[in-house]
Design a protein around this ligand. Structure first.
Ligand code: HEC
Ligand code: HEC
Length: 443
């Protein structure tokens, strides 16, 4: 986004005057959030509070500081490159994982019988690990308040490709792509998200998200978020979900296995059961590779690539973008699009106790009719995960169904808990609006 020669002094004066204004995004009335399911022990609380960094330490400088030059912050390199600070062995894991991520599976490898694409990179590309905006379809049926994902009919995720004719002689079967069945009352499109920096999100402790939700309930109750609590298959534990448009998956490891099965039809240790095409279990009798397709090795490689994939580098800053950052906070965008998070312990030094700037709380918010109507985990149909805004300018289309082509259009679609911020955006004067959009363009 082109920024028209702002003078630094004018920018600073405007920042000063904006800071004097009341924080419109903060609510006057304060209340507590019940977090019984994940209540922490005193020891865990101490562990959190003794961390070197807390969001409070960073509140003052997190929107304007040159984050890449500070050792407290995770280090981006180039878009699509590995995170800064890796050793040679970790770099080898990154590049080995990326090669697996780009590999096309074949029917002999176990692709299908129904699938969406033959490689992760077919959707997560431009550059590798990003998104080319490829959409997929989910469906379900709403009976009163009950949501049925119609698993018996192949739901909720459609596989829009199939391996076609298999077998020979009189014993053949034709696998065809799935379609939305007539029993469905809800159909949703979801676009591919980009994966940059997600190793950092993976390394955030569950308690950090729970505390963030508690803080929101006190400071900005009308826009407070909710953690999506989901099961981690590997351990059986209840974890805070953070990946996917509904924060429906707790770890990159689990998403790797999930995507390998549900996008490509490759069964693997945590996802051992093939998807019956359109829900038809009998059709699996003709599955050309009925044994488990991946022993977990490829799943681990996808995970390693995504874990080490760097966050998007920030664009150039100016007095203009600094003003935009203040406006962002003032009108309440930062209530959900949390600028800075801090990771917990990680065996990878580049990811351990690092601050980073995703501009998301990874919590669920009620977005009214912008919600996609699909229920997943504890997420209701109208709740969506706050979309992270880092790397915004690298994405071809915005919002879960890709309905917005510009950040401004995306803001104007905010409803439910996002409506007040949207309305404040529409009341900005031209200068503040341009500054806010310049700021978003710099993320
Ligand atoms: C057909 C396109 C497609 C393919 C192929 C695909 N993905 Fe995705 N990916 C998506 C979409 C769409 C989403 C959003 C899913 C949702 O929330 O419903 C997504 C989300 C993700 C996320 C969550 C990111 C976030 O923002 O939280 C991860 C991780 C991921 N994919 C990894 C993979 C891996 C690993 C592979 C290969 C095994 C893969 N994907 C293959 C389309 C695809
Ligand atoms: C109540 C929480 C909340 C507030 C307040 C909020 N947002 Fe959002 N924002 C979301 C959610 C949730 C999404 C994802 C919506 C969806 O699924 O399509 C989103 C999506 C976006 C997107 C699209 C990102 C993408 O990759 O698709 C942009 C841009 C955005 N918000 C900017 C803003 C700005 C600027 C403000 C302040 C005017 C703001 N938001 C206020 C919750 C919020």
């Amino acid at each position: 986004m082109a920024v028209a020669h702002p003078t630094a002094r004018a920018g600073l004066a405007l920042i000063a005057s904006l800071l004097l204004l009341e924080c419109l995004g903060c609510d006057a009335n304060r209340q507590r959030l019940d977090t019984a399911p994940l209540a922490k022990s005193a020891a865990q609380r101490d562990a959190v509070s003794s961390e070197a960094l807390s969001p409070d330490d960073l509140a003052a400088d997190d929107l304007s500081a040159d984050v890449s030059s500070s050792g407290r912050f995770a280090r981006p390199t180039t878009l699509g490159g590995p995170i800064g600070g890796l050793d040679a062995a970790q770099l080898a894991l990154f590049f080995g994982g990326r090669a697996e991520f780009e590999e096309e599976e074949t029917i002999e490898d176990g692709l299908g019988p129904v699938f969406n694409e033959a490689a992760c990179v077919t959707c997560h590309n431009a550059p590798v690990g990003g998104t080319n905006g490829r959409a997929e379809t989910r469906f379900g049926r709403l009976d009163g308040d009950d949501f049925d994902p119609l698993a018996d009919l192949g739901g909720s995720l459609i596989q829009d490709h199939a391996i076609g004719l298999v077998g020979s002689g009189g014993n053949t079967f034709l696998y065809v792509p799935e379609v939305v069945p007539s029993a469905a009352t809800v159909t949703a499109r979801r676009i591919t998200t980009s994966l940059f920096g997600l190793g950092l999100v993976d390394a955030v402790a569950d308690e950090t998200f729970v505390e963030l939700a508690e803080r929101q309930a006190r400071m900005s109750p009308s826009t407070r978020g909710t953690p999506n609590l989901v099961t981690e298959i590997r351990t059986g534990a209840t974890r805070v979900g953070r990946f996917g448009w509904k924060a429906q998956v707790p770890t990159l490891h689990q998403f790797s296995g999930d995507a390998y099965l549900n996008e490509m039809g490759i069964t693997n240790p945590e996802f051992p059961d093939e998807n019956p095409p359109q829900g038809n279990h009998d059709a699996l009798a003709f599955n050309p590779v009925p044994t488990i397709n991946d022993d977990g090795e490829a799943v681990a490689k996808f995970r390693d690539f995504m874990t080490l994939l760097g966050p998007p580098p920030r664009g150039p800053r100016s007095g203009h973008t600094a003003v935009g950052g203040v406006v962002f906070r003032k009108i309440g965008c930062a209530n959900c699009h949390t600028p800075t998070l801090v990771t917990g312990d990680s065996p990878i030094a580049a990811l351990s106790h690092k601050a980073f700037q995703p501009f998301s709380d990874f919590l669920l918010h009620n977005m009214g009719t912008l919600g996609d109507g699909i229920v997943q985990g504890r997420s209701t149909g109208s709740q969506m995960r706050t979309a992270p805004l880092w790397g915004l300018s690298s994405r071809p289309v915005l919002l879960h169904d890709g309905r917005a082509r510009t950040p401004e259009a995306a803001i104007l679609e905010h409803r439910g808990q996002g409506r007040d911020a949207r309305d404040r955006f529409t009341r900005l004067d031209a200068r503040e609006r341009v500054a806010l959009l310049a700021f978003l363009g710099s993320l």
